[in-house]
Design a binder for this molecule. Structure first.
Ligand code: NAI
Length: 339
């Protein structure tokens, strides 16, 4: 039995967390969760956004499944997601956007994986108030951190039989910072002659993603561009409710849905748990429990294909609970067949 840390988050976090845990139980996944409440409500209860015991658990288990957490805008505490990524140097944010045949979009057969650098750029948190009317945010790009994310993207491409890696940048304007990222990209690309290496300016990338997403394969980029462009790629496949992610460090990893805490639908029982569930499946691959991930993925595909129990964000009419029950039913059916 493998122990994994689980942050339940807030907004829709608890609803989709429960769904994932129920599906894991049905699939008899040999994972024991150490569960922690984190976020604003936890702060009001115990004076800490993330309890010390939760950090300690992650430091021990090295693997974290995290559901979304609300971040106040323009004030208050620093994003807990950014905190976790920085504190544990989870530098590679991997965001696969793969079309699902059950979800109709104008962009069928999209299959793009974004590698987002997770620990520097404008997210370094270096902000300075010059006066009431002038604020500065410093963008930090370093050779070491560029090298490791770019190498991670090429290594992924090789292992997963992908053909092309595109570096997304704005080196025409930010000649020093993005210029460094781009030149490091071609230095690393030279070690992977079997993979096509291309680069594209970020604004042109956005247009081309919408005009012809099939031209893209693996993308690698700095933190801010990765944040924005990966949301765009999630739109191509039907929305953030369907997009998982992994935040990988040297020997620790955090898995989370790309979406936020969706306060507009929290408590209504209609949140789509798929992105968190698929993130949990990426986690199972990471800890060498892919057989269980495959059972869950097959069950989700079947329920989505049937289309009877899907949630409103992808055009269905079902609740989170009804969708979860349908997946559990399917998981049990697959397991009986296998047995
Ligand atoms: P959001 O991703 O929470 O919501 C955007 C839209 O997508 C909303 O209409 C929402 O209802 C819908 N949506 C998101 N997830 C869904 C799901 N699973 N099922 C069905 N519909 C879903 O983005 P928003 O509203 O900008 O952010 C809300 C809060 O979440 C903010 O405080 C933000 O900082 C935080 N956030 C947290 C993240 C994390 O914990 N990893 C990531 C992104 C945002």
């Amino acid at each position: 039995m493998r122990t994994v840390t689980f942050f339940k988050g807030d907004g829709i976090g608890p609803e989709i967390s429960d769904a994932v845990m129920e599906i894991f139980a049905a699939a008899q996944v040999p994972v024991k969760f150490e569960i922690f409440n984190v976020g604003e409500a936890e702060y009001e209860r115990n004076g800490k956004l993330i309890p010390d015991a939760a950090f300690a658990s992650f430091e021990k288990t090295k693997v974290l499944l995290k559901s979304p957490i609300t971040t106040p805008i323009g004030k208050g505490f620093r994003s807990l997601n950014v905190t976790m990524r920085m504190k544990y140097d989870l530098y590679a944010n991997v965001r696969p956007a793969k079309s699902n045949p059950a979800v109709e979009t104008p962009f069928p057969n999209t299959d793009i994986v974004t590698f987002r650098e997770n620990t520097e750029d404008l997210y370094a948190g270096i902000e300075e108030k010059i006066s009431d009317d002038e604020m500065h945010s410093i963008k930090v790009i370093t050779r070491t951190k560029s090298e490791r994310i770019i190498r991670a993207a090429f290594e992924y491409a090789v292992k997963n039989h992908r053909k092309k890696v595109t570096c997304v940048h704005k080196a025409n304007i930010m000649k020093l910072s993005d210029g460094l990222f781009l030149s490091v990209f071609y230095e690393i690309a030279a070690f992977y002659p079997q993979i096509e290496a291309k680069d594209m300016i970020v604004d042109a990338t956005c247009m081309n993603l919408v005009l012809n997403p099939k031209q893209f394969d693996v993308l690698v980029m700095e933190n801010l561009y990765g944040d924005i462009v990966s949301d765009l790629t999630s739109g191509l496949i039907g929305g953030v409710g369907l997009m998982p992610s992994a935040n990988l460090g040297k020997d620790m990893a955090m898995f989370e849905a790309v979406h936020g805490s969706a306060p507009d639908i929290a408590g209504k029982g209609i949140a789509n748990p798929t992105a968190l569930l698929w993130s949990a499946c990426m986690m199972l691959d990471y800890i060498s429990l892919s057989d269980y991930a495959e059972i869950i993925r097959r069950a989700v595909d079947k329920v989505m294909m049937d289309g009877v129990f899907t949630t409103p964000d992808i055009g269905g009419k079902s609740s989170t609970m009804a969708y979860t029950s349908a997946i559990i039913h399917e998981v049990k059916r697959i397991m009986e067949k296998v047995a």
